[in-house]
Ligand binder design. Sequence first.
Ligand SMILES: Cc1cc2nc3c(=O)[nH]c(=O)nc-3n(C[C@H](O)[C@H](O)[C@H](O)COP(=O)(O)OP(=O)(O)OC[C@H]3O[C@@H](n4cnc5c(N)ncnc54)[C@H](O)[C@@H]3O)c2cc1C
Length: 90
Amino acid sequence: MTKEYDYLIVGAGLYGSAFAYKANRMGKKCLVIDKRPHTGGNIFCETVVDIRVHTYGPHIFHTSNKQVWDFVNTLVGFNHFILSPIANYK
Ligand SMILES: Cc1cc2nc3c(=O)[nH]c(=O)nc-3n(C[C@H](O)[C@H](O)[C@H](O)COP(=O)(O)OP(=O)(O)OC[C@H]3O[C@@H](n4cnc5c(N)ncnc54)[C@H](O)[C@@H]3O)c2cc1C
């Protein structure tokens, strides 16, 4: 009997998706399941009347690791966003 999958991945969020992607590139066959009706986990976005809505709250991607930055840029495009919090002190 031949096996259908090398990995069963529970959760299609960043972790499960990245693992499946990398494993697949290494020739492994993955089955990814999720209890939600979409991929992306907590970073999932949907369009509501032409507006991009961060369904589970806003997410900002940040890393100082060039290898990580180069990797994610092979997969998705990013909006240029600068976090500029303002604090009043005394
Ligand atoms: C409001 C909010 C804002 C955030 N902002 C940032 C940010 O700005 N920058 C940042 O780096 N991080 C942020 N985070 C954290 C970020 O969401 C997580 O680091 C990242 O999304 C985690 O990815 P993950 O794949 O580990 O988990 P998740 O994205 O949670 O994905 C897990 C998936 O597994 C599924 N799942 C779980 N249990 C089961 C089960 N038993 N059966 C089937 N499916 C299951 C879930 O439905 C989910 O889709 C934020 C989190 C929240 C909630």
